[in-house]
Write a protein that binds this ligand. Structure first.
Ligand SMILES: [Zn+2]
Length: 324
């Protein structure tokens, strides 16, 4: 059976989930989850790597040992020619086969020059075998699944989300609702999914509101006062004062040809944000007029609201005011 072990390692090198699906034991638990869940997750991780244009998919296995979670257990780091590692993986074995395969966070690799480690392979607690949700968690799960279903259906029906839909959906399911305990550290699939949607809807609504403000500055920019440099400076500072986030990168994919802006999982119409995007272009063209040190350290009361996709890293942001 030695060949099968080698074939499994080779499948991890080649990002070949189909082979893993055949080679791994249907009845085994890997990394605390059933084989089908394990392979499903690995398939997603492999696909993300293949889809990433900056990643060269020539991964090779470099042996090493766990330093902590299963101290001394043997495994491999999968590293490409860019010295990037997609995961350190422990392979527990008997004579015949691998008895468990799992991702390790604290690993001593024989590869001496790993520049970065990404992805890793992780599972939510509710994907693990024998895991039971409490009654409250079951109620929460129902609530989250309904919210996810509603927004997915709207995207299927209309392709983009309207302001009305997003505002209503947000009010119904937002983070203050005690039905969602998403700030608790336990990672459940449904929590992770609704957090993604809540983050995207919040970002979209936020930038749509900024786009309304942006219209005023664009109109001003069209007027004749912009002959001299002082006027430009005034305009830049007024913009910064009113819309400090203008200097932040918009965390969205903009596709003007298809009139679409994609925030992680949702689409909105480009028209809803076109003024903001236009203003950002003008601002960037002129921002060399402002000294970099000033741009980076605005007065404290010129508040910049951090835009995040993940609510859990933003628990202190209680004073986040929605303009709706
Ligand atoms: Zn470990």
């Amino acid at each position: 059976m030695k060949n099968r072990k080698i074939e499994i390692i080779t499948a991890f090198e080649n990002l070949d989930a189909n082979s893993l699906d055949i080679l791994l034991d249907e009845n085994r638990i890997y990394q605390d989850v059933p084989k089908s869940v394990f392979v499903g997750k690995i398939r997603d991780v492999f696909q993300e790597l293949k889809d990433d244009e900056f990643v060269i998919c020539d991964f090779k296995a470099f042996p090493g040992k766990c330093k902590q979670c299963s101290k001394g257990a043997s495994g491999y780091s999968f590293v490409n020619s860019q010295n990037s590692c997609y995961a350190h993986i422990i392979f527990e074995e008997n004579e015949e086969e691998f008895t468990d395969i799992y991702s390790c966070n604290d690993f001593c690799s024989s590869h001496s020059d790993i520049k970065e480690t990404f992805y890793g392979i992780y599972f939510d607690d509710d994907q693990k075998v024998d895991f039971m949700l409490s009654f409250d968690e079951l109620v929460e799960k129902e609530f989250c699944l309904r919210a996810i279903e509603e927004i997915k259906q709207e995207l299927i029906d209309k392709k983009v989300l309207s302001i009305d839909f997003m505002s209503t959906w947000w009010e119904k399911y937002d983070k203050d609702d005690d039905k969602i305990d998403i700030f608790n550290n336990i990672s459940y699939t449904f929590r992770r999914e609704i957090k993604g949607y809540l983050g995207s809807v919040r970002n979209a609504l936020y930038f749509i509101e900024l786009s309304r403000k942006a219209k005023f500055y664009l109109d001003l920019y069209q007027s004749k006062i912009f002959i001299d440099i002082e006027a430009k400076m005034m305009w830049l500072f007024a913009c910064l004062h009113d819309i400090p986030d203008i200097k932040l990168y918009l965390h969205a994919k903009v596709n003007e040809d298809e009139n679409l802006i994609t925030f992680s999982k949702i689409n909105v119409s480009f028209d809803l944000m076109k003024d903001y995007i236009q203003l950002q272009k003008v601002f960037n063209d002129w921002s060399y007029l402002i000294p970099y040190s000033v741009l980076m350290s605005l007065p404290h009361n010129w508040k910049t609201s951090l835009v995040v996709d993940d609510f859990s890293s933003n628990e202190d942001d209680d004073d986040y005011d929605f303009p709706f």
